[in-house]
Design a protein around this ligand. Structure first.
Ligand code: NAG
Ligand code: NAG
Ligand code: NAG
Ligand code: NAG
Ligand code: NAG
Ligand code: NAG
Ligand code: NAG
Ligand code: NAG
Length: 527
C-alpha cells in the first residue's frame, strides 16, 4: 500500500456514519481542550466536525470574504489565540483529520491579510495532513493594524507562520499518539513569501516547502505595484488605457509573441522571449475611428508598464510586468488609482501617516526599501542551512501573473544561484523552480493552471499533476518532480479538463515540437 492510497478520501468527501454515541476520535477531540496547557496559548474550542459539514465561519472578518467552508472529511477543529508579545497575538486553527497521513502541514496567507486560510485548511486536511492556519497577527485585509504597532508588523513579516508551526507541531504530537514524521508548507503570494521566509530564516521548520508566486523582494514589490498609477494617471488622463484598450494591447502582444514557442494557443510559454513593439498600435494621423488604435501617450504607457522599476541611482528595484497579463492586470493594476495594498503600506508602515496622498515617486521606493522592517524583503540568497537539513523547496510562478511579476521569481532564482555559486543542476538537488504558463496570480488564467496547489486549482492527486503530492514524493521517496503537469479546465475548476500540459523546470523552456495539436502534452518539450 502506498501512502497515496489515502488520497481519494478528499474526493469522496466521506460523511461520518451517524452514531448515537461518540466514538474514540470524537471523545479524543472533545477532551483535547482540557489537555492543552501551553504557555501563551488560550484555546477557544476543540470541536468535532463530521465530513460533509458546511462550516459557518461566524468570526471570520467580513473583508476576508469567506462566511462558510465545506469540510470533506471528519476532523477535530481546534481554535486558539497565541500571544506573540505583550501587545500582539495570532488567531490559530489546527485541523486534525481522523484519516491521518502522519504528516504536519502549515498553510500561509494572502495580500496584507489578516485571514485564516480556511479553504487551504480544508484542502490539506482533506488529504490527511494535520494542518494549521493562522490569521497572520491581525484580522481583515487592511494594513491599518500595522499603524504604530511594530509587533503586529513583526507577526506579518515572519512570526505568525513560525509561531503556528511551533505550536502546531506540539499539538500534533499531543493529538496523535504516533506524532508526525514529516512537515510541509503550502502557500502562494504572501503565502509564497512566507514559505521562502521559512526556508531562509527557519531552515528546520519544514522538510518540504511549496512556495507559489511569492511576494518576495517585498518592499520593491510594494513600490512596483505603486508605480503603475503614475504611469497611467487617473482614468481622465490622456495616458490612461481602458480595459478595452488593454485588450487590444493583449491581442497585439499575442500576435507578436504567441507563436515564439511554436504553438498558436493564446499562451506565451516564456514571456522572457517576448519583446513586443507597441508602435504597431499607433493611430495614423488621419484616422477617423480610433477604437482600434492608441495615441502616442498611450503607447508610451504600455512601454513603461512593460519596463523595469529602477531606483534613484538607476539600480534595478523590480523587473518588468511580464507581457501576456494585460487583461487581468487592467482590472486591478491599471485602474487609474494607487494599488490599495501599496497605499496602506506607505500610510501605515513606511510613513506612519494616514494622510499620505498616494502620489508615489521613486523617492518613496527608496524609503520603503531602506525601511525593510523585520527583513520583510525575504531576498536572502544563501540557502545553505536549509540545504544542509535536507529540505526541499518547490517554487512555481504563473507566466501571466497580473499581481506579482514572474520575472521577480526568475531574478530570485539567479540571485540564489549566484550567491551559492551553484548551477541549476546542483540547485535541482534541493530547489526547483517551475514556470506555469497560462496561470494568472496563484491560479486562474487561460492555460493549464490546474496544478493542485489548492482546491481552486485541483484536478488530480497524482504526484505528476499535483504540486503537494509531488513534494511528498520528493521528500519521502527521494524522487523529485521533473515537470509539473497542469490541467486546462474547460471553464474553471470542477469543469472537465480540456487538455494537460507539462510545465518546465527553470531554466528550461517549453517548446511545441508537434506533431498534432498544442492540446497534446506529448507534443511539447522542455529545452
Ligand atoms: C495574552 O496577553 C494578554 C494581554 O497581555 C493577557 O491578558 C493574556 O492573559 C495572555 N494570554 C495568555 C494565554 O498568555
Ligand atoms: C454553505 O453555506 C453557505 C452559506 O450559508 C452557502 O452560501 C453555500 O452555498 C453552502 N455550500 C454548500 C455546498 O451547500
Ligand atoms: C513514521 O515512519 C515510520 C517508519 O516508516 C512509520 O512506522 C510510522 O508509522 C510513521 N509515523 C507516522 C505518524 O506516520
Ligand atoms: C481577531 O478576531 C478574533 C475572532 O473574532 C478575535 O478573537 C481576535 O482577538 C482578533 N484578533 C485581533 C488581533 O484583533
Ligand atoms: C469604430 O470601429 C469599431 C471597431 O471596428 C466599431 O465597432 C465602431 O462602430 C466604429 N465607430 C464608428 C463611429 O464608426
Ligand atoms: C543605489 O541604490 C540602491 C538601492 O537604494 C542601493 O542599494 C545602492 O547602494 C545605491 N548605489 C549607489 C552607488 O548609490
Ligand atoms: C496627488 O497630488 C495632486 C496635486 O497635489 C492632488 O490633486 C492629488 O489629489 C494627489 N493624490 C493622488 C492620489 O493623486
Ligand atoms: C486543436 O485543438 C483546439 C481545441 O480543442 C481546436 O480548437 C483546434 O481546432 C485544434 N487544431 C487543430 C489543428 O487540430
Amino acid at each position: 500500500m502506498t501512502r497515496f492510497s489515502l488520497l481519494p478520501v478528499f474526493l469522496l468527501g466521506s460523511v461520518a456514519v451517524a452514531t448515537s454515541s461518540q466514538d474514540d476520535f470524537q471523545t479524543k477531540c472533545s477532551h483535547f481542550y482540557d489537555k492543552i496547557n501551553l504557555p501563551h496559548v488560550q484555546v477557544n474550542f476543540a470541536k468535532y466536525i463530521p465530513g460533509g459539514t458546511n462550516l459557518t465561519l461566524v468570526d471570520n472578518p467580513p473583508s476576508c470574504e469567506a462566511s462558510s467552508q465545506e469540510v470533506s472529511v471528519d476532523l477535530c477543529r481546534v481554535a486558539m489565540a497565541v500571544n506573540t508579545s505583550s501587545t500582539s497575538q495570532i488567531t490559530l486553527e489546527a485541523w486534525f483529520p481522523r484519516e491521518y497521513n502522519g504528516r504536519f502541514l502549515s498553510t500561509g496567507n494572502g495580500g496584507l491579510s489578516g485571514c485564516i486560510p480556511y479553504s487551504d485548511l480544508a484542502y490539506t486536511a482533506g488529504f490527511g495532513f494535520a494542518t494549521v492556519g493562522a490569521n497572520n497577527g491581525h484580522n481583515g485585509t487592511s494594513g491599518k493594524p500595522f499603524f504604530h504597532h511594530p509587533e503586529v508588523l513583526k507577526d506579518f513579516a515572519y512570526r505568525s507562520i513560525h509561531t503556528g508551526v511551533v505550536i502546531g507541531k506540539e499539538l500534533t504530537n499531543m493529538f496523535y499518539d504516533e506524532g508526525f514524521n514529516k512537515s510541509y508548507y503550502l502557500g502562494c503570494s504572501t503565502g509564497g513569501r512566507q514559505g521562502w521566509k521559512s526556508v531562509q530564516k527557519y531552515p528546520n521548520d519544514f522538510d518540504g516547502v511549496i512556495a507559489g508566486s511569492p511576494a518576495i523582494n517585498f518592499a520593491n514589490l510594494i513600490s512596483w505595484s505603486s508605480h503603475f498609477y503614475p504611469i497611467t494617471g487617473p482614468p481622465t488622463s490622456e495616458k490612461f488605457l481602458t480595459a478595452a484598450e488593454w485588450s487590444l494591447v493583449h491581442d497585439e502582444i499575442l500576435r507578436q509573441c504567441d507563436t515564439i514557442d511554436g504553438a498558436k494557443d493564446d499562451i506565451i510559454e516564456d514571456p522572457d522571449l517576448c519583446l513586443p513593439i507597441m508602435e504597431t498600435l499607433l493611430c495614423s494621423p488621419n484616422a477617423k475611428n480610433t477604437t482600434n488604435c492608441l495615441s502616442s501617450a498611450q503607447v508610451q504607457t504600455v512601454q513603461q508598464v512593460l519596463s523595469p522599476l529602477n531606483g534613484v541611482n538607476g539600480s534595478l528595484l523590480y523587473r518588468r510586468m511580464q507581457p501576456g497579463s494585460e487583461n487581468y492586470a487592467a482590472e486591478i493594476m491599471y485602474t487609474g488609482e494607487l494599488f490599495p495594498y501599496s497605499l496602506d503600506w506607505f500610510r501605515y508602515v513606511v510613513y506612519n501617516d494616514p494622510s499620505w496622498d498616494g502620489n508615489f515617486t521613486v523617492q518613496d521606493a527608496e524609503a520603503a526599501l531602506a525601511q525593510n522592517p523585520y527583513n520583510i524583503q525575504t531576498w536572502d540568497g544563501d540557502l545553505t542551512p536549509f540545504r544542509k537539513t535536507g529540505g526541499k523547496v518547490l517554487h512555481y510562478h504563473g507566466m501571466m501573473d497580473q499581481l506579482i511579476s514572474s520575472e521577480d521569481s526568475k531574478w530570485y532564482y539567479s540571485h540564489v544561484a549566484e550567491t551559492m555559486k551553484l548551477p541549476p543542476q546542483d540547485l535541482d538537488e534541493f530547489y526547483r523552480f517551475f514556470t506555469v504558463s497560462g496561470m494568472a496570480h496563484c491560479g486562474d488564467g487561460n492555460g493549464a493552471y490546474g496544478i493542485g496547489q489548492g482546491s481552486s486549482t485541483y484536478a488530480s492527486s497524482d504526484p505528476e499533476s499535483n504540486v503537494l503530492m509531488a513534494m511528498v514524493k520528493w521528500v519521502e521517496e527521494g524522487i523529485p518532480p521533473e515537470t509539473i503537469r497542469g490541467a486546462k479546465f474547460e471553464d474553471g475548476v470542477g469543469t472537465p479538463v480540456e487538455y494537460w500540459r507539462k510545465h518546465c523546470r527553470w531554466p528550461r523552456r517549453n517548446v511545441f515540437k508537434g506533431p498534432g495539436n498544442y492540446t497534446d502534452e506529448n507534443s511539447w518539450e522542455c529545452v
